[in-house]
Ligand binder design. Structure first.
Ligand code: C2E
Ligand code: MG
Ligand code: MG
Length: 364
């Protein structure tokens, strides 16, 4: 009989080869025992050490006939197990193969898309509930795909973030916003300030803030013409150095917003110390404020919290007049949502703002 083979490939990656496992179920049982055994604490020079493992399982011939194919399938499954939090195994299957293929394709298409200039920005106005005036707009990324048409970020941002191509996309967004603001300055159109989204991956880079300044300075556009939206989790988890950078661009005029508030992990003590101006309440929090008293109570509490740290509140994805009325009564300053405007392409947006200012349009 051929004995099992254990090999160390590189770093912390090992391969186990079992020549005569009868079924996928048996392979999974083995993988499970392995994960449990490795998960046991052990003694090392008098210290108790905890390690964990993520195991990917691939079977031959179903998942590969050559060693290379088999190891590749196991590798993909292992990353899946890791992505789910580790300390577990994952058996390769067709769905995983398909998803992997889709990811690789999207990855490549995104790199091409940056080069071919296939991205566009849509603008969605923000409305002051007090005055009924349009007081800002958020730039939202769209991928103008040659065959699929306009693709929304939900379908590609996560992949772009995993592969790092988000940095190139983010650079494009920034340059595009600056160019737009510069052209508005010439024609006297548009708004004073535009918000755009920044990925947590972007702010990890040491050169992000210097480049931001540079791009604005080169175009002669002041930082007081933008609002930078960081996600709640990014704002809570970023390093002290990044926080100092954020505080610095804020002093230079940029407005700082926390996006999707209520979906990440908020450290309330830290919230007070963050250099922020606005908090954007996530759509999941306001979705059922009309029908649910509990939902209203939660939103009211969050509004008080945000007030307590001297920030302005923006409610996202407001879809009905009833929602807008409740938010106004609760003291929310600004809303953004389909109730009064969807994201629009720039020329449409400019038409819309002309109209809005001549009609004194309001949400409710
Ligand atoms: P977000 O920043 O929270 O943007 C708000 C999202 O809510 C947008 O989705 C917008 O179209 C949508 N929305 C606005 N009003 C309504 C409404 O009344 N009802 C509903 N159901 N939805 C509404 P979108 O454009 O698909 O963007 C999704 C997310 O993708 C954004 O969420 C943001 O996190 C990310 N994103 C968008 N553009 C960029 C970008 O340039 N860079 C990065 N890193 N992320 C971006
Ligand atoms: Mg946003
Ligand atoms: Mg949001």
């Amino acid at each position: 009989t051929v004995r099992p083979l254990l090999a160390r490939l590189a770093g912390d990656e090992f391969t186990l080869f079992f020549p005569d496992v009868g079924s996928a179920a048996e392979a999974e049982r083995l993988a499970r025992r392995l994960v449990l055994a490795i998960g046991e604490p052990f003694e090392l020079h008098g210290h108790s050490v905890d390690i964990g493992a993520s195991v990917g399982v691939a079977m031959s011939p179903a998942h590969g006939r050559s060693v290379e194919e088999l190891m590749k399938a196991a590798d993909i499954a292992m990353y899946r197990a890791k992505g789910r939090g580790g300390h577990q195994h994952c058996l390769f299957n067709d769905a995983i193969a398909e998803e992997h293929r889709h990811r690789l394709e999207t990855e490549k298409a995104l790199v091409d898309a940056v080069q071919r200039g296939e991205f566009v920005l849509a603008l969605q106005p923000q409305l002051s509930l007090g005055s009924g005036a349009v007081t800002g707009a958020e730039a939202l990324l769209r991928w103008n795909h040659p065959t699929r048409g306009l693709v929304r970020p939900a379908e590609f941002i996560a992949i772009a973030e995993q592969t790092g191509v988000i940095n190139d996309i983010g650079d494009w967004v920034m340059a595009e916003v600056v160019a737009m603001l510069a052209s508005w300055e010439e024609t006297g159109e548009g708004l004073d300030r535009v918000a755009f989204n920044i990925s947590p991956r972007q702010i990890e880079r040491a050169d992000f803030f210097p480049r931001l300044r540079q791009i604005f300075a080169n175009a002669g556009v002041g930082l007081d013409r933008v609002e930078l939206e960081f996600t709640e989790t990014a704002a809570m988890e970023c390093s002290a150095a990044v926080l100092a950078e954020i505080a610095e661009v804020r002093r230079e005029g940029a407005r700082i917003a926390i996006d999707d508030f209520g979906t990440g992990y908020s450290n309330i003590a830290r919230l007070r110390k963050l250099p922020i101006d606005r908090v954007k309440l996530d759509q999941s929090l306001i979705h059922d404020i009309v029908s649910s008293e509990q939902a209203r109570n939660v939103v009211q509490a969050v509004i008080q919290l945000v007030r307590g740290v001297d920030c302005e509140l923006v409610a996202e994805a407001v879809e009905t007049v009833a929602q807008a009325d409740i938010l106004r009564a609760m003291g929310c300053e600004t809303i953004q949502g389909f109730v009064f405007a969807e994201p629009m392409m720039e020329s449409e947006f400019l038409d819309w703002t002309r109209h809005a200012s001549s009609e004194g349009r309001s949400a409710a």
